[in-house]
Design a protein around this ligand. Structure first.
Ligand SMILES: Nc1ncnc2c1ncn2[C@@H]1O[C@H](COP(=O)(O)OP(=O)(O)OP(=O)(O)O)[C@@H](O)[C@H]1O
Ligand SMILES: [Mg+2]
Length: 449
C-alpha cells in the first residue's frame, strides 16, 4: 500500500538520522564530561599527594634558592625521587617565588629563571593550575618524547598556617593508565548508547507501523462508507426521476398503442402499412414493460405477506421461464419451507433470476436450483453453466441499467435485490470455478417458517 509504505519509509529514514545525531552528540558530550571528571579528580589527587608528601620528605630543605653545591643537589634529587616513587609523576620541577628553577629532572635548568610562565604566576598566587601538556614550554625544550599524554600541574606549597607560597612544584603526571581506563569507559558509554538508541528505534518503529496500519484501515473503511453512501444517493435520486418519467410516459404510450390498434381494426391498411402499425404496437408493449420495471424499481408496490411455500414458487417460476433447450434441475428436498413473504414478489424475483440464468446459457446448458437450511435461514442456490460474469462486475450488475444484453433493461437484478433486502434477505452472485454463475439467495426463516 503506497500510503503506508511511504509513511513508514519516511519515519524510518528520519528517525534513523535523528537518533544517530542524538546518539553521536550524547556520546561526545558524555565522553567529554567523563574525561573532565576523571582529569579533575587526578588533578586534585596529585595536588593533595604533593602537599602531603613535601613536608615529610623535604623537611628542613631550603626551597628558596638552588642548592649551594652538588652534594646538596644530589640530596634534593634523592628526596624528590622518593616522593615520586610509586606515583604516576613523571617529571618534577621546583620553583622558588622568584620564578627561579630550584630543582629539575634536567639539571641544566637548575638556577635558571623563566618569567613568561602564566601557570606559574597563578600558582604563586596560591592556585593549583593544570593543563594537558605537550611539553611545549620553552623551559621544557629537550624533555619532550617518551610520553603520550601528560598532565602538567602547578602545585603551590605553603608552610602550615601561612598564606605565603614557599615554592611551586611543577609536576608532570603520566596519563597512560588514566587514558586506558577512559578508553574502556568510553567504549561502554558508546555501547550502551548504541543499544539504547537501537531499542528506541525499534520500539518507535513498532508503534508507527501499528499506527500506520490503523490509519490505512480507517481510510479504507471511510472510502467504503463514502462509496456506499454515494451509491445509495444515486439509487435514490435515480429512483425518484425514474418514477416521474415512467408515470408521465404511461398515458401517452397507451394513447399511441390504442390509436395504432384502432387504425388497424377500423380502417384496413395496405399490408406494408399494417406491418408498420404492428411494429408500433409491439414496440409500445416493450416500452410498457420497461416502464413497469422502472416503476417497480422506483416505487415497489407495498408487500402483502402471507405464508408462502418457497419450493412451490420455484417450481412455478421454472415452469414459466423454461424453454425446450434448457434443462432446469430442481433439488428441493422433501421438507416444505413456508415463509411469511409476498408470493407475487417472490415469484418476480425467481423469474428474474431464472431468466438471467437461461439467457446466459445462450441456447444450451443446465440450470440447477437447490435449497438448504443455514443458521435459521433458507439458502437458495441457482447454478448455471452459462458464460459467467467477470469478477469486477459481480457487484456492478446490481446497479440499475447495467446490462450486458442488447435489449436488456438492466433492472432485473436491482429490483430483485431491493425486494429481497426489504424482507431482511440477501442476494449476491458468485463465479463458479470453470464456467457459469451461482446466484445465492438468503431468506430469513422468520415466524412463518
Ligand atoms: N446468471 C447470469 N450469468 C451471467 N450473467 C448474468 C447472470 N445474471 C445476470 N447477469 C448479467 O447481469 C446483467 C444485469 O442483469 P439484469 O437482470 O439486472 O438485467 P438484464 O438481464 O440485462 O435485463 P432484464 O433483466 O431487464 O432483461 C445482465 O445483463 C448480465 O450481463
Ligand atoms: Mg435480467
Amino acid at each position: 500500500m503506497p500510503g503506508r509504505s511511504s509513511l513508514l519509509g519516511r519515519f524510518s529514514a528520519l528517525s534513523a538520522v535523528t537518533l544517530a545525531v542524538l546518539a553521536l552528540s550524547l556520546g561526545a558530550l558524555m565522553s567529554r564530561a567523563l574525561e573532565d571528571l576523571v582529569l579533575e579528580r587526578a588533578r586534585e589527587d596529585t595536588a593533595q599527594f604533593i602537599r602531603q608528601h613535601v613536608p615529610v620528605y623535604l623537611k628542613g630543605i631550603d626551597l628558596s634558592r638552588p642548592p649551594a653545591d652538588s652534594a646538596a643537589s644530589r640530596r634534593l634529587a634523592d628526596h624528590v625521587h622518593e616522593i615520586s616513587i610509586g606515583s604516576h609523576i613523571a617529571r618534577v620541577k621546583i620553583w622558588n617565588p622568584a620564578r627561579q628553577v630550584i630543582y629539575s629532572d634536567n639539571p641544566a635548568q637548575t638556577g635558571k629563571t623563566f618569567t613568561d610562565n602564566e601557570e606559574l604566576n597563578e600558582a604563586l598566587e596560591g592556585k593549583v593550575e593544570a593543563e594537558i601538556s605537550g611539553l611545549d614550554k620553552a623551559e621544557n625544550a629537550g624533555d619532550r618524547g617518551g610520553f603520550k599524554r601528560l598532565m602538567e600541574l602547578y602545585v603551590p606549597v605553603q608552610s602550615p598556617g601561612s598564606t605565603r607560597v614557599d615554592a611551586v612544584f611543577e609536576v608532570y603526571e603520566d596519563l597512560s593508565d588514566i587514558d586506558r581506563g577512559l578508553a574502556r569507559a568510553r567504549l561502554k558509554v558508546w555501547g550502551v548508547l548504541a543499544a539504547g538508541m537501537l531499542a528506541l528505534y525499534f520500539a518507535l518503529f513498532g508503534i508507527v507501523r501499528n499506527a500506520s496500519s490503523t490509519i490505512d484501515r480507517l481510510r479504507r473503511e471511510e472510502l467504503a462508507l463514502t462509496e456506499e453512501l454515494r451509491r445509495k444517493e444515486i439509487l435514490s435520486s435515480l429512483g425518484e426521476l425514474s418514477a416521474v418519467v415512467a408515470h408521465e410516459i404511461k398515458n401517452p404510450l397507451s394513447i399511441i398503442r390504442g390509436s395504432a390498434e384502432t387504425l388497424r381494426r377500423e380502417s384496413p391498411q395496405k399490408p406494408e402499412d399494417d406491418q408498420l402499425l404492428g411494429f408500433i404496437v409491439a414496440e409500445v408493449n416493450r416500452l410498457n414493460t420497461l416502464v413497469g420495471s422502472l416503476l417497480d424499481f422506483a416505487r415497489p408496490r407495498p408487500a402483502h405477506r402471507s405464508p408462502t411455500d418457497v419450493h412451490e414458487a420455484v417450481r412455478e417460476a421454472a415452469r414459466v421461464v423454461a424453454s425446450p433447450e434448457t434443462r432446469v434441475q430442481l433439488e428441493l428436498g422433501a421438507r416444505r419451507h413456508v415463509l411469511q413473504l409476498d408470493p407475487d414478489q417472490l415469484r418476480q424475483v425467481l423469474i428474474n433470476l431464472i431468466k438471467n440464468a437461461e439467457e446466459s446459457l445462450e441456447g444450451g446448458g443446465e440450470i440447477r436450483v437447490a435449497t438448504a437450511d443455514e443458521g435459521g435461514s433458507l439458502v437458495l442456490t441457482m447454478d448455471d453453466t452459462g458464460h459467467g460474469i467477470p469478477e469486477e462486475d459481480l457487484e456492478k450488475v446490481f446497479l440499475p441499467f447495467h446490462t450486458g444484453k442488447a435489449t436488456g433493461s438492466g433492472l432485473g437484478l436491482p429490483i430483485a435485490r431491493k425486494l429481497v433486502e426489504a424482507v431482511g434477505g440477501q442476494l449476491r452472485l458468485e463465479r463458479l470455478p470453470g464456467r457459469g454463475t451461482r446466484v445465492r439467495l438468503v431468506l430469513p426463516a422468520g415466524e412463518g417458517a
